[in-house]
Design a protein around this ligand. Structure first.
Ligand code: M6R
Length: 358
């Protein structure tokens, strides 16, 4: 049950220190990534990676796609519903990774079936043991987040992103002529602290009061650059899904290519700034000049904090994990905004937990 919480969503948001610890457990040993059933060298014949996913899982896949790219691996991320027009050629050296919490999303299953029929090797990254995705693919990796009841995906996004980041490390180690990024030891070392950092965010967040201050706005914009980009898209998806308010996410630099025309004092901009993402500050200032209140979603020492009207703070950590902490602040923001509006948070109108039609 929901226990002390008003909604499953809030319970699931708050469970993340525990669920994430469970995701990580045993998967980093002596500084190496370890996945049961996928021994070292498993991916030695992989030349290209292609992620397929929908919704929140697509945002987690975007995260992984960027990590693989920075390791020098050829990779792509395709919206499963657009697979037929966007896939391009695949062969036996292509690893198609279906990222799907439920393992039952029709669009994702259809995409991975098409890829397999065309000769690709397949891997499911899923939460549900025995799901269709897990059964039909060549291999499966479980995100171990526990059952998620709220239609809005929260804890499973965090567990997907961490699982995929670890998988990226293994791919970088296995794929010939590629080596893990220089800072990958630092990234793995700082993973231990992530559940504690999540706890800090959950205990100290000012998202509830910020949500109530801004709730009467006309539209809600979310921007981010680099790894902040998928977090901005995910922040906007969550916000619209449960508040029914207009929310959009953009790559920071895209604001000036159109969306800036919508910016007014009635459109707060949540700017996710987690590290080496300088474009976010300059573009946030462009929006601020048009009157938009800026909320920095960032560590305290990020330069954006000096110019922003408000701040959702995150602990200092490796940039790869910082995005996940920023995302948890945005989960809380969406939750409290939806709660203030009296929405049906666990079962938003028109949506289903698992979308089994194409
Ligand atoms: O079960 P899946 O991960 O395949 O589901 C994909 C999307 O339907 C899902 O993430 C959806 O976007 C969420 N309701 C968003 O919170």
């Amino acid at each position: 049950g929901k226990g002390e919480y008003d909604h499953y969503m809030l319970k699931e948001i708050n469970s993340q220190p525990t669920t994430l610890a469970n995701t990580i457990e045993g998967r980093v040993q002596d500084g190496d990534v370890v996945f049961e059933d996928l021994p070292e060298g498993t991916f030695a014949d992989v030349e290209t990676v292609q992620f397929v996913a929908c919704g929140t899982s697509y945002h987690a896949a975007m995260y992984a796609d960027q990590l693989l790219r920075s390791a020098g691996i050829r990779t792509d991320v395709v919206r499963a519903s657009e697979y037929d027009s966007m896939s391009g050629p695949v062969d036996e050296n292509t690893l198609v990774v279906a990222v799907t919490q439920s393992g039952e999303t029709a669009d994702t299953l259809d995409a991975v079936r098409t890829a397999s029929a065309n000769g690709a090797r397949s891997l499911a990254v899923t939460n549900v043991v025995g799901s269709t995705a897990a059964r039909e693919t060549d291999d499966a990796v479980y995100i171990r987040a526990g059952p998620e009841v709220g239609v809005a995906a929260t804890k499973t996004f965090s567990s997907q992103a961490v699982t995929l980041a670890l998988l990226s490390q293994q791919l970088a180690a296995d794929v010939p002529d590629v080596s893990p990024p220089e800072d990958s030891d630092a990234m793995l070392e700082s993973l231990d602290a992530l559940p504690g950092h999540l706890e800090t965010v959950l205990e100290n967040s000012n998202a509830e009061s910020l949500a109530s201050d801004l709730i009467d706005s006309q539209s809600f914009f979310f921007i981010g650059n680099g790894l902040g980009h998928p977090v901005a898209l995910e922040g906007a998806l969550k916000f619209k899904e449960i508040t029914y308010e207009h929310a959009e996410g953009f790559a920071s630099g895209e604001l000036k290519h159109g969306p800036l025309a919508l910016v007014t004092p009635e459109t707060p901009v949540f700017a996710v700034a987690t590290g080496s993402d300088s474009k976010t500050k300059t573009n946030a200032i462009e929006a601020q000049t048009r009157g938009a209140p800026i909320v920095a979603v960032s560590p305290d020492d990020n330069p954006l904090v000096d110019v922003a009207e408000d701040h959702l703070t995150i602990p200092d950590t490796h940039p790869v994990w910082a995005g996940l902490l920023a995302n948890v602040q945005l989960q809380l923001l969406s939750y409290y905004a939806a709660d203030e509006l009296g929405r049906s948070i666990d079962k938003p109108r028109n949506l289903a937990k698992s979308v089994t039609v194409e």
